[in-house]
Structure formats: C-alpha cells, structure tokens
Design a protein around this ligand. Sequence first.
Ligand code: FES
Length: 481
Amino acid sequence: MARARRLDRSSDNPYPHGEQVEFQYEGRPMLGQAGEPLAVALLAGGVRIFGRSIKYHRPRSPFCLHGHCSGCLLRVDGLPNVRSCRTALRAGMQVERQLGWPGSGRDLFRTLDWVYGERLDHHSLLTSSGTLARMAMGFVRKMAGFGHPPTAEPGPPAPKRRMSVPAVVIGAGLAGLHAAVELGQAGHRVVVLEAEELAGGRLCDASCKLAGATGWAARRELLSRLSALPGVELRLGTPALAVYGDQAVLQVLAAGPDETLALEPQRLVVATGAYAPLPQFEDNDLPGVLGPRALDRLVCGHGVLPGEPVLIAGDAQETLELAAALVERGIALAGLVTDRPEPELPAQLRTAKVPRVAGHRILRARGGRWVQRVELAPAGRETPDLVLDCGLVAAEAPAAPAFELAHHAGCRVVFRSALGHLVQTDAEGHTSHGQVLAAGHCAGAGSAEEARLQGQRAGLACALGLKDEPGLRQRLAALKA
Ligand code: FES
C-alpha cells in the first residue's frame, strides 16, 4: 500500500494553502501548510490513527472532514476534543492523541473486540449483582471518556452582540448562497451564517457539476455576484447554534470567531445541508474508509492522498464524477464498485483502464490499523465472491438531511424512506413556521441543480414575505413552472 503523499494543486482550487509551518505532534516535529485543516496536515504526514472509540476502543480516523463524525478529535494546545478537521493549522501547535491505554496507537482494550465477539454492552455488564454492577460501571467510565480536562485557562467569554435584520440565511452552501443572492438582489439586508471557513458547500467538490460548469467555477461566479450586493453580509466560521422560533421575536444564536451573535430576523432561510452517514458494511469504521465528499475535499481540494490505490463504491453521479476526477489526477483506482450493472460513466472513466465491478456491493472492509482490502458480494448475497486490495475506500451512503435547527425553530419534520428525516416545505420553501423557509439538502433536494432551484425559490419567497413586489412574484412563478 502506498504511503501518504501530496499532489500538485491546480490554480483554480478554492481551498486555502499557506506557507509551510512546523508544529508538534506527540512531542515530535511535523510540517504542514498554514491554514489547511490540522487533520489534513496529519494525514499528509502519515498519521493514520487519530484516537479511539470511547466505547469499543477501535481506532478512529477522519471520516467526514466536515465536523460531524468525531473521528478526528485531538488534544490541541491543552484543549481536549478539538475537531482537527475544523481547526486551521498554525505554526507551533501542540497536538496529542487523547484516548487509549497505553496509547491511541496501540490500545490494549481493543482486545475487548475478541473477548466480546457480539460487542460489549455495558447496560448488561455484571448486572446479576448490584455491587459488581457498580464496580463494572466505574471501570467502564474510566475506560471511556473524552480525554482529560483542559490545562489552559479558559479565555474571557466572547462578547455578545444583538442585531435585528430583515433576513438570516443559515448555510452558505449552494442553496443558501442562491437564496442570499435573491434576497440581496431584491434590496434586502441579509446575514448569511456559515460554520465552515469556506463558502460553497458542495460547489467546493471537484465532483460537482452545475449547468455544464464545474462546481469550482460556479462557486466563483456565485460568490462574485454575492460580493457585489451591498446588503449581503457573509459570516464564515460562524455556526448557528440554536433557533428560537416560539418567541415573540424569532431569534438565531450564532458563535462567531470573536463574538456571539443574537440575531433577530423577520424571516429565516434554513439551508443547513446534510451529513455523510457511515456506509452500510461490516467494519465500516476502519481508518481509511471515508465518505466520498470527504475524499473529494482531501484529495482534490487539499491535494493530500493518504493511501493508494483508491476503491470507490457507489452509483450516484457525484460518486462517478469523483472517480473520474481521481483518474484525471493520475491516482490509481483499485476499483469502481457499482450496484447498477450499467451505470452511465463520465467520459474519463469510459476511456481509462479502471477495474469495474458492476452489480456488487461492499460486504466488509478488512485491515488492522488502516483499510487494506474489501470483500465484495453480488446484490442480495451475503458471501463474498471477490476481494480487492486497496489503500483507501470511499463508499457512498444516502446523505442524512441536517434538519435539527429547523426542527428547533418549530418547523415540521417528516420522514421519507428514501431520504430520511427532512424539513417539510411547499414548492416555494415555506415550512410550517410562518417566518421560516428551508431549501437544499435539508429540505430533500437531491441534485445540485435541485438545490440551486430550491435556494432561488426560497430566497424569492423570503423577499416577498418582507415586501410584496409584482416583479418578484413573476420571477418566482417562472421558477416554479
Ligand atoms: S468530525 Fe472531523 S473528520 Fe468527521
């Protein structure tokens, strides 16, 4: 299996890339690029195990690179449980792993996997006796936990600012940015809150295509339109923490880098996107198994390839485009595994010599500290008929809509078997809450095109809620036709 390496980056790459800096990892010096996520610098430096599962003590490594899986938690500058995929690298950082005995790299408690073949269930551990159960619980608590308390003194609390604004958009992904553009063009003041340091959501993926253009080009064009609108304020690195929709005044609480914001909008557009869930196969938590979007960010965005050859599993157009993007960058593919027997392939894949396994799915991943091979089975069968060696796996799973903030605001959430829980909206993006609209993945949009359209409609409907104008009505009707 190939070692981690850095790739050349194209000039239109939207990800930040600073000068080389030194930092300390478990007492030894390492190098990375200032401003890139700490997790990316560590993967580029060959670090594979970032921590341990608090329950099973199995090794953990970044899976989502999006702040949602906890596979990348580290102790940074004395502060425990820092999401290293969300932490920009700085010179002189002190980084340590934080869980496992005698260490995260080799954790003897991993033997629990063999002792308890069916997994250790602490709810039923030694429950035949009250005394034994209390001792067992004490032991389990000691084994688990998230590192040790911080050594550094907490800084002063961030100042809080209250702001009344006509509109707030939560999420600067494809749908959120389009909603903000519509609001800005209609002459309204709008604050856009984005948890990440980079706006664009799926437009930052090399695998994203929108109306024939690459996601990166569409993102550039959209951001330049946004920056020309004086009423739009884009706040990056500012996650919305809560929405209080049952108050007399709608309230959004957000944590900026230097201040806490208490926003009071007349209207709110929720465009919070979706999460990448673990794919469904045995040992899906093995380091080296990533979500396709995480692989896209890591390899195409940050230019870091932690293992090779890469196995891609999935039929969605974005997944196939990702495989094509890797081939274009000269990366070896161990295979392209598709459920469908004849998926429509991007041109690069039709001409490249990529081993294709159609009508199959991953049954299990194999490897100790990092994925080394996958076992594949035909649809409907539980015994593998093929084993492929690989150094990295990206396997597709249906994205889970991020409905929580809308739900918190009091919007109705519904369950759809193909999509999961999502915010219920009408064709214009109105939710069951009179002041809140929703658009994009969190409201069930599948493709990038659908997310764009939903964002535009929700932005226009939101603008109409603030001020009725016939021109906006016509434009909204045209988008719904
Ligand atoms: S939370 Fe950092 S990789 Fe998932």
